[in-house]
Design a binder for this molecule. Structure first.
Ligand code: IMP
Ligand code: MG
Length: 200
């Protein structure tokens, strides 16, 4: 029987890439104190790792949005459920995302943030599903180009599950996963490599 999912980006490759992105941001924002904004909940795992690779006096903040309606496809019509705690007017803002798919959610968020007149506004996304992009978007920092597949792990969920996977998996058999949402539990057992005694 075919696997329900396969490892697309192993935790070790993610760590390496996050470190590179951190170095790039550190160079670009030297002498400044950027505000890194994460969109709950998927972006938080990436944000937590990324900020520890940026030795600058940065700040973090969080937003939460929900899509209107029941559609599983993004419509780009979103409601802000939790707004930022701080005013970002005049600040250097970096929007940190787990994945940009159609880009409709992001383009809404960028519009909303631009109205607050930050000094600068850039996007840092771990994954870019560029094949599905609808509005043209300028993504300044991209971790990996992501194939047009459903992915889970490292913050990304399937029905709110599997955000705690160290690796990012591509789902090979969506019908199988729908029928048995526990099907990916064996991947969790492998645990973060650090805990298995491998150093980074
Ligand atoms: P967009 O508006 O289509 O770009 O929607 C982006 C959001 O959809 C992301 O922030 C994720 O929450 C979710 N999403 C898109 N693709 C995936 C995926 O492959 N796995 C898990 N969530 C995804
Ligand atoms: Mg998200």
């Amino acid at each position: 029987m075919a696997e329900v999912a396969t490892v697309l980006f192993p935790g070790s490759a993610i760590r390496r890439r996050v470190r590179e992105l951190g170095r790039e941001l550190t160079r670009d924002y030297e002498g400044r104190s950027p505000v890194l904004i994460s969109v709950l909940k998927g972006g938080t795992v990436f944000l937590a790792d990324l900020i520890r690779e940026i030795p600058l006096p940065l700040r973090v903040d969080f937003m939460s949005v929900s899509s209107y309606g029941e559609a599983s496809e993004s419509s780009g019509v979103v409601r802000v459920v939790k707004d930022l705690d701080q005013d970002v007017g005049g600040e250097d803002v970096v929007l940190v995302e787990d994945i940009i798919d159609t880009g409709l959610t992001l383009s809404y968020l960028l519009r909303a943030l631009r109205e607050r007149e930050p000094r600068s506004l850039e996007v840092c996304t771990l994954l870019d599903k560029s094949a599905r992009r609808i509005p043209p978007l300028d993504l300044r920092y991209v971790g990996f180009d992501c194939p047009d597949r459903f992915v889970v792990g490292y913050g990304l969920d399937f029905q709110e599950r599997y955000r705690n996977l160290a690796d990012i998996l591509a789902v090979e058999d969506m019908a199988g996963l729908m029928a048995d949402p526990d099907a990916l539990l064996p991947f969790l057992d492998q645990g973060p490599p650090e805990l298995a005694g491998l150093s980074r």
